[in-house]
Ligand binder design. Sequence first.
Ligand code: MRU
Length: 356
Amino acid sequence: MSELAAADLDRHDTIRAVNYAGGVLRLLDQRELPFTETQIECRNAIEVAQAIKDLVVRGAPAIGIAAAWGVVLQAARLEDAGHPIGTAMLDSTFDTLNAARPTAVNLAWALARMRAALVAAKGDVLSVLSAEARAIQEEDLAANRKMGGIGAGFFAHGIGVLTHCNTGSLATAGFGTALGVIRAGFAAGKIKQVYAGETRPWLQGARLTMWELVRDRIPAKLIADSAASHLMKSGAVQWVIVGADRIAANGDTANKIGTYQLAISAKRHGVKFMVVAPWSTVDMATKHGDDIEIELRDPAELLSISGKRTVVDDADAWNPVFDVTPAELIDVIVTERGAIERPDVAGMAKLAGAQG
Ligand code: MRU
């Protein structure tokens, strides 16, 4: 990446969703965006776990980063109370944070890193834990910037792209995964038009992705999720670019509900399909996408919009918030370790052996 390109990327990297300073974790409340920019303050792990459950903070990498800081907050509480900071005292903290959301493996991955740092810590344990949380956050940002360049390398000039959910700075340490590739592709003059699916029911695309794209002055049009196949048939998009919450060892990818139908439609219309995720989203211990737990959320999220009920009283709803796209529908998975074209067990294993 040239100096000029790095400066271009800086201009597209101005939002931070997770901010730790002075013993307080401040989270940009994503339930309130785009019209209100409110910070929620967390001072212990229970508050962080609740913020993750309630989607104050969301997006696979961002919830891992927030959970890592949750461990730091709890360790600080122990130190304040004069207790030793050890695994026995923090076991329930790890469990509470890990249980907050089931599908994104970044949560368990970040907590495993924090536990390993705790076990190995000597001397000032709180400083060791803080340094580890800081490293998790900084490494995610660096991975996103790197993936931006790798992903944009696949594009021809003058293309249109479709994205889903929010995979931007709000969902990560900064810059974003799929949205990072879109930012890099726009900065390189390759992407001319972005389409963002609104992402029912929580509207991550409409509320969050459009907010990020409009702030960055990237030409973007919102579409109803149900307009995606019609858009692809029109020839306006050459790539669908999405993030991931967990990628299995065979390349099957769990991501926001609706991703699977986009991949099917992309195949039907000759549109390329790219998944962008840091290696922390890869779960080599899960062999197949069918083994990924899919989070079911409150049906109430579907039965109302902005708190106003839209469905007849007594109606029920089914609200799975992720689905799994089979590897055979994915053209390329982009990670900071490199890209895997036509992902399969061998391609995933090759990159698993590569350096981060
Ligand atoms: O329920 P959410 O909003 O946490 O789901 C987020 C997604 O599905 C994203 O696409 C994924 O986490 C990748 S974010 C870089």
